[in-house]
Design a protein around this ligand. Structure first.
Ligand code: FES
Length: 72
């Protein structure tokens, strides 16, 4: 099994790569893809996927190093 990576994209969604199954609250699987981007702005017309509707309307740049600093 390949390692799954979730990348937080600046001002955008969450890029998922690797062998992962995406399911809804009832456990129904979405069509599988080797890579996809999940919306984290709530503006997508194709939820749960990002459709680039975030462009110019959503700002969020997070870094793991900053999150660790905030908890100290
Ligand atoms: S993050 Fe891209 S449409 Fe929401």
């Amino acid at each position: 099994m390949s390692k799954v990576q979730i990348k937080v994209i600046d001002n955008g969604g969450l890029r998922i790569t690797g062998d992962v199954e995406l399911v809804d609250m009832e456990g129904n699987a979405f069509p599988s893809k080797p890579a996809f981007t999940l919306c984290r702005c709530g503006l997508s017309g194709n939820l749960p996927y990002c459709d680039a509707s975030h462009k110019g309307k959503f700002e969020s740049c997070v870094r793991a190093e900053k999150v660790l600093d905030d908890k100290e």
